[in-house]
Design a protein around this ligand. Structure first.
Ligand code: HEM
Ligand code: MG
Length: 237
């Protein structure tokens, strides 16, 4: 109940994450996009996507570092997640780079999406680990060619492989990584759960273990190598 798709109003805040935006558009987390609790995100991810706490724990912790408003320091604000180089990174699949001259690293970009995910696996109706890897490869090549400020360290590579594993898992199968194109396309383009198109949340629980296994398979096709080093980064005890 209360989980109908309602597009954001002009005062609702959204993020560079298609999955959090979708949770908000369906009321699994506050539709306003502000002052979201740790627990609301954990419960929403489980209920909507069958993703367990382990699969998003680090992301939520990092998300809490994004804001600087003392009154909501223990809450997630979808708008704050745009903070470049904390979680938000270059070479996204569906957003432009902050440094590529257009300066919008938050809103969905059909231009990016159709040049990365959407033109893969021609002639078949599913995406998989090879198409996901090729999409990552093309996104990174585009960023390196067009963004003089591109950041591509081991940290971005880990995050990006995790995100690609995550959309194949949520819209498809967390073990095989096969996901119907029509589900993935609706999810990115409309930030809507493709229930009307026949999608059901995965019956296999999504965990860090399933995501890492899928991410490693995607990595065989992404041809992504770090072009810069990163220093040690501590995100918890
Ligand atoms: C980006 C999926 C949870 C923060 C992404 C992307 C995917 C994704 C596929 C890549 C978008 C692109 O490349 O264009 C998911 C899924 C989640 C989830 C399925 C399960 C609930 C979270 C959480 C946070 C978060 C809990 C933080 C609180 C972000 C941010 C980005 C992002 C900041 C932007 C990265 C970028 O592309 O520059 N997510 N995410 N996500 N996600 Fe999530
Ligand atoms: Mg980005």
């Amino acid at each position: 109940a209360g989980h109908d798709f309602i597009p954001p109003t002009s005062s609702d805040i959204r993020s560079p994450c298609p999955a959090l935006n979708t949770l908000a558009n369906h009321g699994y987390i506050p539709r306003s996009g502000v002052d979201i609790t740790f627990r609301q995100i954990m419960d929403g991810a489980k209920e909507a996507y069958n993703a367990d706490w382990s699969s998003i724990l680090t992301a939520v912790k990092l998300g809490l570092l994004s804001g600087d408003d003392l009154n909501s320091a223990d809450k997630i604000n979808l708008g704050a997640l745009r903070l470049h180089n904390l979680i938000e990174h270059d070479a996204s699949l569906s957003r432009q780079d902050l440094g590529d001259g257009k300066g919008d690293n938050v809103r969905f970009s059909e231009e990016r999406f159709s040049a990365t995910i959407a033109n893969k696996n021609p002639g078949v109706d599913f995406y998989n680990v090879s198409s996901a890897g090729e999409a990552m490869r093309d996104a990174l090549a585009h960023s390196i060619a067009t963004n003089p400020l591109v950041v591509n360290t081991p940290k971005e590579l880990v995050v990006r492989h995790g995100e690609s594993a995550f959309y194949l898992s949520v819209l498809g199968d967390p073990i095989t990584g096969v996901a119907p194109k029509k589900f993935v396309n609706v999810f990115f383009r409309e930030e809507r759960l493709p229930i009307a198109e026949g999608w059901k949340k995965p019956s296999t629980l999504i965990t860090t273990t399933t995501l890492r296994a899928l991410g490693a398979k995607i990595g065989r096709f992404s041809e992504s190598k770090p072009s810069q080093k990163c220093g040690p980064f501590v995100s918890g005890p």
